[in-house]
Each structure stands twice: as structure tokens, then as C-alpha cells.
Design a protein around this ligand. Structure first.
Ligand code: 5RP
Length: 227
């Protein structure tokens, strides 16, 4: 199976995972190629959701093209969404993730924060023992980009690289930090967010995944975070 087929298998497994939770509800939808497959499958699934809160303009466009009603997060009366479905760039055994390869990390983190259940869908290449081989994205206010880069290099001993030409849905820039081996993701997530000019970083440790649907050559493995 190639990577796209694995992504599709994970996306289809997510439908079954959310079927009971999502019926009649507003759900949270992430961003990326795996989520695109999930959106396409959701549209033809017969699952009757009330609408979706999107984590990006790209996913919003795809949802709208399928006729799935878009709901703004600030329109939601309830304090939570029952479920949020998203991919990851890396996920470790503790269900901590690096996200933001598509640059949607800030809105992803906001929507994930209000969801009761985070379902991570990905192919087996995303499962790692230690986070950090994938460069960690950090969204920064444009005027602070250079200074934030210096501070990141000092604090995290990583090498920040400007994702030149890319502007987030929030009008900001991205620094991708390479050369990290992240043994304490919760602490690094907090420390990076303390740097003036950082909007957020792509570590999802304080709000990690609850369920992982990992597509492998021998099928989709389902696991839940322990503790
Ligand atoms: C986007 C993300 C994505 O979830 C992540 O990049 C994985 O994407 P893909 O499903 O295309 O591999 O965080 O900001």
C-alpha cells in the first residue's frame, strides 16, 4: 500500500469512530491531505452532522464544496465539540504530536482545545519514538520573526528556518525548527509559547490526541491514550 492508500484507510476508519458521536452534532475538522480524504469520505458517509468548525480556510473550502455547513467556533453555544479529527506530522507513544506542516497549527490548537475527543488519523510513517525529526513549526508575528528565531536557537538548541513566502490564515509567518530531539514535549511547548512574538507552536502535548487511528500495511491500528 502506498502512503495515500494508508491515509485513506485512516480517514475511513475515522468515520466509524465518530459515527455515534457526530450524528446531529457540530464536529471539529483539521487540515491536511489525510483530513481532505476524511472530508471527502464524510460527505458520502450518510453521517448526518449539523455542521463543522474548520481549522483552516483550505478545509473550510473543501467542506463547503461538499455542502457541509460551516460553523464558526464563536457561534457554538455548548462549551465543547464532541470530537475533533485531524492528522499529524509526528506522534509519539504518549500521543504527543508535532503538527503544523500545513501551517494551520494555531487554529488547529484552538479547535482541538474545545473538543472532548481528539482523533488523530495518520499513516504509520508518522509514528515515532521521539518527536523532532520533522521540523517543529512555530507561528510568529511577522515583525518578531528574526528576534524569535534567535531566542529559539538559544532556548531549544534547534535551527529555525523561515518558511519564506508562506503566510498563515492569521496573516503570520512560520519558523520551522530542525535538529530537535524532544524528550519533554510539554515543557518545550510551554517554553516556546513564552517567547514574545510567538503565536503558538506545533507541539500538541498539553492537548494531545485521545485516540490514534494508525494505518499500517496490515490494517488500521486503533489505540487510546492511557492515563
Ligand atoms: C496541518 C497539519 C496536518 O495535520 C499535518 O501536517 C499532517 O498533514 P498530512 O495529513 O497532509 O500528512 O498539522 O497544519
Amino acid at each position: 500500500m502506498n502512503q495515500d492508500a494508508l491515509k485513506k484507510a485512516a480517514a475511513l476508519a475515522a468515520l466509524e469512530e465518530i459515527r455515534a458521536l457526530a450524528s446531529g452534532a457540530v464536529i471539529g475538522v483539521g487540515t491536511g491531505s489525510t483530513v481532505n480524504l476524511f472530508i471527502d469520505a464524510l460527505a458520502g458517509s450518510g453521517i448526518n452532522i449539523r455542521g463543522a468548525v474548520s481549522s483552516s480556510e483550505a478545509s473550510a473550502q473543501r467542506l463547503a464544496a461538499h455542502g457541509i455547513p460551516l460553523v464558526r467556533l464563536d457561534e457554538i453555544e455548548a462549551e465543547t465539540l464532541p470530537v475533533y479529527v485531524d492528522g499529524a506530522d509526528e506522534i509519539d507513544p504518549g500521543f504527543n504530536m508535532i503538527k503544523g506542516g500545513g501551517g494551520a497549527l494555531t487554529r488547529e490548537k484552538i479547535v482541538a482545545a474545545v473538543a472532548r475527543r481528539f482523533i488523530c488519523i495518520c499513516d504509520a510513517s508518522k509514528k515515532v519514538a521521539t518527536l523532532g525529526r520533522f521540523p517543529l513549526p512555530v507561528e510568529v508575528i511577522p515583525m518578531a520573526r528574526v528576534q524569535v528565531g534567535h531566542e529559539i536557537a538559544r532556548l531549544a538548541s534547534g535551527i529555525p528556518r523561515w518558511r519564506e513566502g508562506f503566510v498563515t490564515d492569521n496573516g503570520n509567518h512560520i519558523l520551522d525548527i530542525s535538529g530537535l530531539a524532544i524528550t519533554d514535549p510539554r515543557t518545550l511547548e510551554s517554553d516556546l509559547n513564552q517567547i514574545a512574538g510567538v503565536v503558538t507552536n506545533g507541539l500538541f502535548a498539553r492537548r494531545g490526541a485521545d485516540v490514534l487511528l494508525l494505518a499500517t500495511a496490515s490494517g488500521v491500528e486503533r489505540s487510546e491514550r492511557s492515563g
